[in-house]
Write a protein that binds this ligand. Structure first.
Ligand code: XLS
Ligand code: CA
Ligand code: CA
Length: 438
């Protein structure tokens, strides 16, 4: 079999003092942090699309990278070579999970029947590879956004035939996710939204979307797929407005249509910032509602403002993300999927390793620091004190819902209200810095 990454051996943990670049300096899979190993906490996953399918094309330029595994003209040869490269890469990197769209595994053919036939062959091949390597599928999904028929949405299309095609495609994608033992299944509505309300029946589109989700839930039950269904919110791009705007908006949609008990959320850092939130905000909102399912680990560039999907090398952000994940008691069966791609100038195969190592090390650092902050309860104690007026008296009554506007008026009407305690933001920011660098 062709070896695609000849210059790379297994990536090992060497510790922070080593100068070896093709190694982990902070991610030590077997090291215990609290009650779990780093590997158990972090559950890293490689995104098939960014790392093996895409080759660095952007709006202004053609592919900058030429991945040899994608050069075969026959679609089956190409798909199998891509799988070989993927499993060689993941084995050398030591990542135990991957995520994929149906159309990353094989290119779309003339008809759905032909595509599905090809897909079956590739899925069988990948099953073998998974058995050999022990690598598992974190989540599968259907690509309902690349082909031009989806230009006006899939489950929210203005055209019933497109809707039917999308439904059939999702049916098959759930089947193959089940065959591959996928632990989750993701719905990302990249084109479920609108470009202009002038031509849009929003109510019909949202109702159709809800029916689509109900059919998916039903079908999963029917075939015994027990993986977790996840919604991945994103407010815009490629569509001007996307219905799954952020966690709160999507959660309201799920509740309205009685879907909330079947879904959790896959939260992507770059999508949070596009929605005008921090990554931590989206994680926190999901956590407190018990709907935090999985994470697409990346980071955007706030100066550019679009979905740049960069590797999450910002330790500060990762500390705050891991803080939420630890408070959630982990995200299994979800994981940290690197929905990240190398910059266009980082076009060599070796850059794929440097990028993943950088993301894994930065998340390992985030995990360590967040765990220490939690162990020392420094934020907990601060927050606890900040709200302590709710622990007794009238505050306790408010929390318990045992008071009324009248009673509150009576209570406060003759009192001089003092200023609340200082928020101490800068003190807390410095505290976090001391944990990171101390
Ligand atoms: C695109 C999304 C997409 C989903 C899977 O912005 O992040 O890659 O994660 O369809
Ligand atoms: Ca994503
Ligand atoms: Ca993205």
């Amino acid at each position: 079999m062709v070896e695609y990454f000849k210059d790379v051996k297994k990536i090992n943990y060497v510790g922070k003092d080593s100068k070896e670049p093709l190694a982990f300096h902070f991610y030590n899979p077997q090291e215990k942090i609290g009650n779990k190993t780093m590997e158990e906490h972090l559950r890293f996953s490689v995104a098939y699309w960014h790392t093996f399918t895409a080759e660095g094309r952007d709006m202004f330029g053609v592919e900058s990278a030429h991945r040899t595994w994608n050069q075969y003209s026959n679609p089956l040869d190409r798909a199998l070579a891509r799988a070989d490269a993927a499993f060689e890469f993941m084995s050398k990197l030591g990542v135990k999970y991957f995520c994929t769209h149906d159309r990353d595994l094989v290119d779309e053919q003339e008809t759905l029947r032909e595509t599905n036939k090809l897909l079956d062959k590739v899925v069988e091949y990948i099953q073998e590879k998974m058995k050999e390597t022990g690598i598992k599928l974190l989540w599968g999904t259907a690509n309902l956004f690349t082909h031009p028929k989806f230009m006006q949405g899939a489950a929210t299309s203005c055209d019933a035939e497109v809707y039917a095609y999308a439904a059939a495609q999702v049916k098959k994608a759930i089947e193959i996710t089940k065959e591959l033992g996928g632990e989750n299944y993701v719905f990302w509505g990249g084109r479920e939204g609108y470009e202009t309300l002038l031509n849009t029946n929003m109510e019909l589109e949202l109702n159709n979307l809800a029916n689509f989700m109900h059919m998916a839930v039903e079908y999963a039950k029917e075939i015994g797929f027990t993986g977790q269904f996840l919604i991945e919110p994103k407010p815009k791009e490629p569509t001007k407005h996307q219905y799954d705007f952020d966690v709160a908006t999507s959660y309201a949609f799920l509740q309205k249509y009685d879907l909330d008990k079947y879904f959790k959320f896959n939260i992507e850092a770059n999508h949070a910032t596009l929605a005008g939130h921090t990554f931590q905000h989206e994680l926190r909102y999901a956590r407190i509602n018990n709907i935090l399912g999985s994470v697409d680990a990346n980071i955007g560039d706030l100066l550019l403002g679009w979905d740049t999907d960069q590797f999450p090398t910002n330790v500060y952000e990762n500390v705050l993300a891991m803080y939420e994940i630890l408070k959630n008691d982990g995200i299994a069966p979800g994981g940290l999927n690197f929905d990240s791609h190398v910059r266009r100038p980082s076009y060599e195969n070796i850059d794929l390793f440097y990028a993943h190592i950088a993301g894994m090390d930065a998340f390992a650092l985030g995990l360590k620091v967040a765990n220490k902050i939690l162990e020392d309860k420094v934020l907990e104690e601060f927050v606890e004190k900040r709200y302590n007026t709710f622990n007794e008296g009238i505050g306790k009554k408010i929390v318990e819902g045992k008071t009324s506007l009248k009673e509150l008026e009576n209570y406060i009407i003759d009192r001089k209200v003092e200023l609340p305690k200082s928020g101490r933001q800068e003190y807390l920011e410095n505290l976090i810095n001391r944990y990171i660098f101390g």
